[in-house]
Design a binder for this molecule. Sequence first.
Ligand SMILES: [Zn+2]
Ligand SMILES: [Zn+2]
Length: 356
Amino acid sequence: MNVGRLSGGAVVVEEAPDPVAGSGEVVVRLAACGVCGTDLEKLRGNYRTAGKIGHEPVGVVDAVGSGVAGLRVGDRVFVHHHVPCLTCEVCRRGDLTFCPTYASTNLDPGGFSDRFRVPAENVDRSAVLRLDRSVGWEAGTLLEPAGCALTALRRVGFRPGDSVFVVGLGPVGILYGLVAISLGASWVAGAEIAPLRRATAVRSGFAAAVDPREPAALDRLVADATGGRGVDLAVAATGAPPAIALATRLARRAGTMNLFGLPESGGTLGADLQELYLRGVRVIPTYATTEREIADVHALLVGGKLDVGGIVTHTVPLARLPEAFALAGRPDEAVKVAVTGPAFGPGGSGPPPQTP
Ligand SMILES: [Zn+2]
Ligand SMILES: [Zn+2]
């Protein structure tokens, strides 16, 4: 089978043996897996984690190991790559994504493979979610990033009626705004350099999207919408230092800045700390997501409260993975790129007929 991985600073597709489902495990045949901004950062060498790529996969259960309850061959599923231990001090306080072993769990060999093995600990802790018929493959690949947005909104204490400004409208920045809208945000807008992504955000439901290189227009927009106070929640959805400084400045007095996008390794805050202190802006980093938020986002999709159509702009077959990465790195051409596998089917995006 085909497996995509990082090798010597490049993305390559190699031949590998098919995985086997051991006790408590399942093997999934890939339908699609999104290319995440963090995958691009791993390729650039800017992400200090294990070098696996591909963590937004959906597919069809291909094999079920002994002792697995509730999953059958043929089930359409989303699979979450990381699971918390649920027993350590950090987990017991509820901060599951900061569990010290969370990021060491993963799929084998990763989401960009024709087939991948889901370890027993992931199966055990509900990381395999059966997709509703109404959720197509492309939308399914957005469950993980949208789950990250919901985890962030909960961690920062978002309340219905809050105003939100998202700096950086890549796919996950747009999803963040859409999830905030579905939770009852009073006003959601954002800043982004790439015109295609600004247009996608506005078409998806943002009140406005402006170019951050025009700070006067940006400041006027936020001032008009908030009576000059600043937003309740400003989100840095990109790691670019100027974006982080901008988000810090846009939050109202005693408001919140959510450090959401992966910052540069070794990056610093780049904000006037005395200003931050006197205005009482809370700076809250959030990271990743859990099974609970992924299931909640799935319910929002099924219930029609969240519409993610239009975010996935391109699908590229796994055999052309390097091309998918190149495209995902061109914000003027693509919003979200999904890599497709053998279960994607000739019908493309729609859910395939379910076998009873
Ligand atoms: Zn991701
Ligand atoms: Zn833990």
